[in-house]
Design a protein around this ligand. Structure first.
Ligand SMILES: *Cc1c(COP(=O)(O)O)cnc(C)c1O
Length: 377
């Protein structure tokens, strides 16, 4: 099955009992047992629910893994994955990782004894330098948020295998339509399905796909024990979103290419960050591991004042956190998504006060360009 077909025919198609083409929303908490322990595969909906199961089978197929798991948010998914580790274990993460991931590692999981180090994973030698006796995993985001840095997934997975570490990839920005990390050697993929997978700014959800039976058993145990599961309504909404992921990603990409060209030629823009640009420092790696470069672009306008002018003048770009939806969104990472990262650290990373991030939606590209042009004038 090719990718677009798999998005529609992967997982469990429809309902075997009625022939319904769409998987029904099984709004139910418990299931009748014929005798003690004799049931049809479901006992209690925290442990398993047919609608959630259909979504978990779908994301497993789309990410080319062994098993899928649905959680109540991307952060619940990432936290559950980190629960695979023990007190005293160490994890290496990408330095401009999602703000919430940075926060859970440094303010919550550190209290439980899980240690973390943030390094520029786009430079493999930096990762190897920070591997310690107690290191258990490398958590990669590629492209990163908001600087769109690229890490070589094949090289990291090979390095991780050499040291017996797990490779975890947050695939939120690329989506499995453009990038399939498990096929490149990673062990675990995590998603904020709130973004492109849902695609319509109407559901908060997280997904995990693992590549082995052992990881599947361990993660199901954690999912059932800690309970941060996705409900049946949201599972259904997410399946509905995933069906159109292919066609949406193709259009996001087309619009983004036009906007990147406009921004690169604009005198008020000092720098454009996009992995599809030949001038991007890791463009070659991006080309090797991604089938498309996505709909996220960041650009620097030089100062906080100028950035705030753009943000208040745009009409079609909604000023909001989040990304990956049909409507274009605009944000100021330093004051919004990355505000929880200390200022000195942000400056170190290049997340300046004049850095604007856009998530290019599915409006007409000419309207979006006209809008940016008047806001930048
Ligand atoms: C949004 C996001 C998360 C967190 O997901 P939620 O669904 O908001 O909990 C994690 N990683 C990345 C890359 C994100 O963009």
């Amino acid at each position: 099955m090719r990718r677009k077909t798999k998005l529609i025919h992967g997982g469990i198609a429809g309902d075997a009992h009625t022939g319904a083409v769409s998987v029904p929303i099984y709004q139910v908490s418990t299931y009748k047992q014929e005798a003690v322990g004799v049931h049809k595969g479901y006992e209690y909906s925290r442990t398993g629910n047919p609608t959630r199961h259909a979504l978990e089978e779908l994301i497993k197929d789309v990410e080319e893994g062994y098993a899928g798991f649905a959680f109540s948010s991307g952060m619940a998914a990432i936290t559950a994955v980190m629960m695979l580790f023990n007190s005293g274990d160490h994890v290496i993460l990408t330095d401009d990782v999602y703000g919430g991931t940075y926060r859970v590692m440094t303010k919550v999981l550190n209290r439980l004894g899980i240690e973390s180090t943030f390094v520029d994973t786009s430079d493999i030698s930096q990762i190897e330098k920070h591997i310690k006796q107690n290191t258990k995993a490398i958590h990669i985001e590629t492209p990163t948020n908001p600087l769109l840095k690229i890490t070589d997934l094949q090289a990291v997975s090979a390095l991780a295998k050499q040291y017996g570490l797990l490779t975890i990839v947050d695939n939120t920005f690329s989506t499995p339509y453009w990038q399939t990390p498990l096929a490149l050697g990673a062990d675990i993929v995590v998603h904020s399905a709130t973004k492109y997978l849902g695609g319509h700014s109407d559901v908060v959800a997280g997904l995990v796909v693992v590549n082995s039976e052992q990881l599947a058993t361990d993660l199901h145990f954690i999912q059932n024990s800690t309970g941060g599961i996705l409900g049946p309504q949201d599972s259904w909404l997410l399946m509905r979103g995933i069906k159109t992921l292919g066609i949406r990603m193709e259009e996001h990409e087309k619009n983004t290419r036009k906007i990147v060209e406009f921004l690169t030629n604009h005198p008020a823009v000092t720098r454009v960050y996009y992995p599809g640009l030949p001038s991007h420092p890791n463009h070659d790696v991006a080309k090797k591991q991604m089938r498309g470069f996505g709909g996220m672009v960041s650009f620097d306008v030089g100062s906080a004042e100028k950035a705030e002018q753009v943000l208040t003048r745009v009409r079609y770009f909604t000023l909001a956190e989040s990304l990956g939806a049909v409507e274009s969104l605009i944000s100021l990472p330093a004051k919004m998504t990355h505000a929880s990262i200390p200022k000195e650290r942000r400056d170190e990373l290049g997340i300046t006060d004049g850095l604007i991030r856009i998530s290019v939606g599915l409006e007409d590209a000419d309207d979006l360009i006209e809008d940016l042009a008047q806001a930048l004038a």
